[in-house]
Design a protein around this ligand. Sequence first.
Ligand SMILES: C[S@@+](CC[C@H](N)C(=O)[O-])C[C@H]1O[C@@H](n2cnc3c(N)ncnc32)[C@H](O)[C@@H]1O
Length: 446
Amino acid sequence: MSTPAGTSANSTGTGTGSVQLRPKLSELAATISANAKIVEDYIEAQGLPYPSFASDGPSNFPIPQTPETEGIHEARQALLTASKHIYDLATGPNEYLRWLVWNYNDVSTLDVITAFDIPKIVPIDGDISYAEIGEKCKVPELKIRQVIRLAMVNRIFYEPRHGYVAHTAASRLLREDPLMWNWITYNTDDLFPASLKVVDALKKWPESGETSDTAFALANNSESLFQFLGARPERAKRFGQAMSAFSTGQGYAVEHLVKNYDWGKLPKNATVVDVGGATGFVCVELAKAYPEFKFVVEDKVKAQLELGESTLDPALKPQFSYVEHDFFTEQPVKGADAYLIRWCMHNWSDKYAAIMIKSLVPALKNGSKVIINELALPEPGVLNPWEERRVRTLDMVMMMCLNALEREEGDWKRLFAEADPRFRFEGAKQPPGCLMNIVEATFVDE
Ligand SMILES: C[S@@+](CC[C@H](N)C(=O)[O-])C[C@H]1O[C@@H](n2cnc3c(N)ncnc32)[C@H](O)[C@@H]1O
């Protein structure tokens, strides 16, 4: 039913070689047309809300991600990819580059809009004049208009009549979704200034893998990101919410890990240790699917463990224990069947990632699994441009904030091999529809 999708590498991924460099406008247009029809037919047949920029439009693309909709999502990806290619091609390198460097103004508009709380000033129904917004913000009308009209280019607000502002779906999200608000303001307040220090950090500490030798520290009186958050509970709280906004985005759901790792190959009453597990929310999902497993949630931050324990469903209590533990020191839970590390290692350079793996070794028994759930970056050109931008940006942010990185499958393999030759590397699997990988190694000590 959903055949067109990508007709060649230039319409599904960024492709390689000449296909990547010389796409044809008419072929891209045909890909767009065929795949738009598949997506649209599905939306209409299922009676789903039609995507729109209007304030009552759905805040997520309306087609759920399920095994049944896999073909429709392939069509959507092909549509996004071809649209990006055709836009860039029709713009031309000169214009494209000239305006690319002005993207910081987009972040700047978000900064002003959130700093002055403009999404709350604009009524959810109806409109409001620039003059009135200016008055409420104590900023001259013309300056407020300059900012908002640029934001409108990104479909944040629109002008239903001359001189008046109303909500779009995106600006409404800023008003109503606290996770999104925290994600945006964490970026504008805490990360944006650091982005201006990347060159200085690279020149000052080119080889460093320390969290203190970063662009973030240069922008924040020599404090590393963790020191900065540790000293500012409000910022730390916002950081936590921003991370939730990120990890609840499409492709990052915990259910991918629950459904796509073969947990059934572990013993029926297996013990799973969640290293750096925060509140243990990942194990909670696993516990529902595997009621005979036992879970040990470990974290250095006691408050996270306490929050997890106090909010745990009483029915799951017999399966859970919580242990305060620093993952750079020897693993205290000996002989567990699996040690899960999710979204922790990308915060650390190879020097520290190696210590994390080596710290597990004294606890491992023959057959213990080490399961790492984060990214395994593919070669450039494999992902579609939209996903490629996401993972490359995340990789850059890791460097800017922590001297850390997103790793490729080969990096994971090398880390395990260097940590202990008894690890058998099992690979880095990417479940369909998931943007994260499941990296696995088995400890073989016979
Ligand atoms: C990005 S969060 C990942 C949380 C969770 N595993 C997940 O999948 O979302 C990183 C976690 O590592 C914890 N952490 C940071 N440094 C640690 C250390 N040295 N030892 C143990 N946990 C640590 C943090 O408190 C936080 O809960």
